[in-house]
Write a protein that binds this ligand. Structure first.
Ligand SMILES: NC(=O)c1ccc[n+]([C@@H]2O[C@H](COP(=O)([O-])OP(=O)(O)OC[C@H]3O[C@@H](n4cnc5c(N)ncnc54)[C@H](OP(=O)(O)O)[C@@H]3O)[C@@H](O)[C@H]2O)c1
Length: 317
């Protein structure tokens, strides 16, 4: 039996249903069968069935989940992974994939990369979507050594990885987070200057960076993040957002799968080559804030949708 979580209609987490089906078919050409040990949860997972990207009735029931880490249990013909041949028993990470919220599924081998033995299942499952977004965002702002960069949402899934990558690249990083001291310490722990978001943020940024701010990466999407970035960064083309899709007319750059956004397909597909070795040697931390059993996916989405997870959320099949 295979357990899957699907969205039966468009709406809130209550539309998620656990279904039991027979065994997955043998993997077709270019596919492998994966038995996930951990499944990454991302805000886009609930945005997709919320209807904000459209409500196609023919797409229902909607598979949920875009990334997972697990063990290969079968290999189809001509199935080669991003890192080379894939064999039964291999421990791998897969992203992007449709319907990752499952106890077993067939996935495109070309999106499979080897999981280092020293990286936990949970961190591996949360690495590639957020990490690829961080790599893409920092590339689009044109981050250079010695830059001062403002990262909004530095305590979030994408933000924590972006901060670490930017610090490692030799940038001075200002990272916004909730005013809770634990959140501020979390951001400082990655080598950034933590700043509480909220009224007066532009002043706090100027005080922390009298030399000026060259670029900004917004992983929040709130008007405050975009407005403050426009105030402190001289060139709006050096402001990138992963979420403020309504602010394209301000001249900022948008990335990802939203309207007017640069999907960054090539750079994201290649990001694993940078991310996986860094995570393997402990130079990049994927902080797992909370795990939930697969059957509690709706609860995981309610928790994540509150907007303050403190790291990655992961489902355990
Ligand atoms: N375009 C893309 O390719 C792409 C890819 C990945 C994610 N995204 C989007 O990017 C956003 C972030 O994703 P994520 O996975 O990093 O989410 P997350 O883990 O939930 O992080 C959310 C962040 O937002 C901060 N935050 C919450 N409320 C805020 C407010 N009112 N003002 C300022 N900051 C606030 C949180 O700070 P505290 O917890 O400290 O309060 C936290 O740092 C989501 O909208 C997601 O859909 C887009």
């Amino acid at each position: 039996m295979v357990t899957r979580i699907v969205a039966e209609s468009y709406g809130g987490p209550e539309v998620l249903k656990l279904t039991e089906t027979g065994a997955v078919p043998q993997p077709g050409p270019g596919e492998v069968t994966l038995e996930p040990r951990a499944i990454g949860v991302n805000p886009v997972d609930y945005k997709l069935y919320s209807g904000m990207f459209g409500k196609d009735p023919d797409a229902l029931p909607l598979p949920v989940g875009l990334e997972a880490a697990g063990v290969v249990t079968a290999v189809g013909d001509d199935a080669s992974g991003r890192g080379g041949p894939v064999s039964v028993g291999d421990e791998v990470i897969v992203h992007p994939v449709g319907g990752a919220y499952a106890t077993r599924l067939n996935v495109p081998a070309e999106n499979v990369v080897p999981k280092p033995a020293g990286l936990s299942w949970e961190s591996a499952a949360g690495l590639l979507l957020a990490g690829g977004t961080a790599v893409h965002g920092l590339a689009v702002i044109g981050l250079r050594e010695g830059d001062t960069v403002l990262v909004h949402g530095a305590s979030g899934g994408v933000g924590q990885l972006a901060v670490q990558l930017a610090v490692a690249a030799g940038a001075k990083v200002l990272g916004t987070a909730g005013s809770d001291p634990e959140r501020q310490r979390l951001v400082a722990g990655y080598g950034a200057t933590p700043l509480p978001y909220g009224p007066g943020l532009a002043g706090r940024v100027r005080e922390a960076a009298p030399e000026g701010v060259r670029s900004a990466l917004d992983t929040v999407g709130a008007d405050e993040a975009v407005d403050v970035s426009l105030e402190v960064v001289p060139d709006p083309q050096r402001i990138v957002s992963t979420a403020a899709f309504g602010r394209a007319e301000d001249g900022i750059k948008l990335i990802g799968s939203g309207p007017n956004a640069d999907p960054g397909t090539v750079i994201r597909a290649g990001a694993w080559k940078q991310l996986v070795p860094l995570a393997e040697r402990g130079a990049l931390t994927v902080r797992v804030a909370r795990t939930f059993p697969l059957a509690e996916a709706a609860e995981a989405h309610r928790f994540l949708a509150e907007g303050h997870p403190g790291g990655k959320v992961v489902l355990i099949p």
